[in-house]
Design a protein around this ligand. Structure first.
Ligand SMILES: Cc1cc2nc3c(=O)[nH]c(=O)nc-3n(C[C@H](O)[C@H](O)[C@H](O)COP(=O)(O)OP(=O)(O)OC[C@H]3O[C@@H](n4cnc5c(N)ncnc54)[C@H](O)[C@@H]3O)c2cc1C
Length: 468
């Protein structure tokens, strides 16, 4: 199949933007159709009507192993906006926070020294964690695939993890990375976080935090796509994917038909379901399980304190409802902006803002002595009901491959390409997963491989089996 000349990319989130940019760079006329009047999708900022400030819907962090996202940032010229942190701070009142920081030892031993020094876990608890880590290291990706149908809590039970390590160590990491509790998240997805994000390479766990609002990271995509010869159309909604019974012929929009040689869907699964006729679904096996893709919510809370209460760039709150705090800066009058994140937040969805504020403040005061007795001057909570897809056991089986060209064998439609963080990229719902899906889809359109290689595992980690 020769590469299509004119491609409609539905959705101007990270997946659609990454796909359109790579297509445009390769000389394809790629047009992004985005329903909203701004780009970035779920990784977004908004102007708070109460204060006029630009706020992110929620803190978005990346890691050193996000090779495709970093490539995308480099193409947009925004990689300098990312500040890197090697250390992770864990609240442990009444003591000072524990710190996990990599040493010069090679992976997977890089965290050993600082982990051994952490006071929030007893020696027996640390030994238990080390046993489970060792097992994940040795099983590699092949072994973790066998855990696809079970929860991470099942694995922790098999590894005889004390309740304290589950609550204070495993849960905060898993719920932040998978946006589901250990009792709900697929063991395979959670294990991937530890294998690839912690154990394989000492550079992988570095945490990247944007120094600018998310909108400033993704807005430059519009100009980059245009200068490469593509197009971005805002405020236009796809209503249906046009299908002639054999091929897709473009997109029906609220502004009329948009003809194209190929269509890339870069919208979430529930949105894609609305764009597909029953004839298209019957013709394409990849579209049959869209209604089974579940979602999980996140709550982000912006608080302003009259004085500095958090003296670290970020802090994990182990065993609490609020999992992370981030220092978002102190203004000239001394007011500190603290951002709190609650992942896997299903139980918070029915709370109103004062109730959310009360819970978060309780957690903040537990962790930060400087916040005790101090009232915030403002609180702004943002609920994202469908923040990410839910990586429950069995999810990988209904997850269609990102970018794959439909084949006669699976009954797929050959010029319809799928992208979006929920498509199968090997990653959980992340900005990296979204870029990967976009690059995979662009590669499938062009018949080329565009994915950026993963960070290679360190030699010792590889010898021990982390990549086997
Ligand atoms: C609160 C929150 C916190 C998060 N934290 C992190 C984090 O710390 N680190 C991380 O890596 N990831 C994080 N994520 C996940 C990350 O934001 C997503 O994985 C990623 O942005 C998904 O990108 P996407 O392009 O696949 O989908 P989306 O961002 O959903 O993009 C889809 C786009 O399609 C548009 N669209 C939908 N329907 C139509 C239509 N009919 N016609 C035209 N356009 C349409 C939408 O408006 C949207 O812009 C977080 C997400 C949320 C919500």
């Amino acid at each position: 199949m020769s590469a299509p000349r004119r491609v409609a990319v539905v959705g101007g989130g990270i997946a659609g933007l990454a796909c359109a940019l790579r297509l445009a760079e390769e000389g394809v006329q790629a047009t992004v159709l985005e329903t909203r009047r701004k780009l970035g999708g779920r990784a977004t900022s908004f102007t708070d009507p109460r204060t006029g400030e630009v706020l992110d819907n929620c803190q978005h962090i990346l890691m050193g192993c996000c090779t495709n996202l970093l490539d995308f940032y480099a193409r947009l010229g925004v990689e300098g906006a990312i500040e890197w942190h090697d250390e992770v701070f864990w609240a442990n009142p009444p003591h000072a926070p524990d710190v996990m920081r990599p040493s010069l030892l090679p992976a997977p031993a890089h965290f050993t020294g600082s982990f051994a020094a952490m006071r929030m876990l007893s020696l027996a608890e640390k030994r238990a964690v080390a046993r489970a880590m060792w097992r994940m290291l040795r099983m590699g990706p092949t072994g973790r695939a066998r855990w696809e149908d079970r929860t991470f809590a099942d694995f922790l039970r098999e590894c005889a993890q004390p309740q304290g390590t589950v609550e204070r160590f495993w849960s905060p990491v898993v719920v932040s990375a998978c946006n589901l509790d250990v009792h709900e998240a697929s063991a395979a997805s959670a294990m991937q976080v530890f294998q690839e994000g912690f154990l394989a390479n000492a550079a992988a766990p570095r945490m990247g935090i944007s120094t600018v609002p998310l909108v400033e990271l993704y807005d430059p995509a519009e100009e980059a796509i245009r200068s490469a010869g593509g197009e971005v159309r805002l405020g236009i909604s796809a209503v249906a994917i046009a299908f002639d019974g054999r091929r897709v012929t473009g997109v029906v929009t609220d502004e009329g038909a948009f003809d194209a040689d190929a269509v890339v869907s870069a919208v979430p699964a529930d949105r894609l379901a609305k764009l597909c006729s029953s004839t298209l679904v019957a013709a394409d096996g990849r579209l049959r399980h869209l209604d089974r893709v579940g979602t999980s919510p996140i709550v982000g809370v912006h608080l302003r304190f009259p004085s500095r209460v958090l003296d670290l760039p970020h802090l994990v709150l182990p065993g609490r409802g609020t999992q992370w705090l981030f220092d978002k800066g102190t203004s000239a009058d001394g007011t500190q902006h603290v951002h709190a994140v609650i992942s896997g937040a299903a139980a918070w969805m029915d709370l109103d803002e004062p109730a959310i504020a009360a819970r978060v403040l309780d957690d903040i005061r537990w962790a930060l002595p400087a916040a005790r007795g101090v009232e915030p001057v403002s609180v702004r909570s943002v609920k994202e009901r469908r923040a990410t897809f839910a990586v429950v056991p069995g999810f990988e089986r209904i997850r269609p491959q990102a970018g794959a060209v439909g084949t006669e064998r699976d009954g797929g439609v050959r010029n319809l390409f799928l992208a979006g963080d929920w498509t199968r990229t090997g990653w959980p719902a992340t900005m990296e997963g979204a870029v990967r899906s976009g690059y995979l889809a662009a590669g499938a359109v062009l018949g080329r491989r565009l994915l950026v290689p993963d960070l290679p595992p360190g030699r010792v980690a590889a010898l021990l089996g982390v990549a086997r």
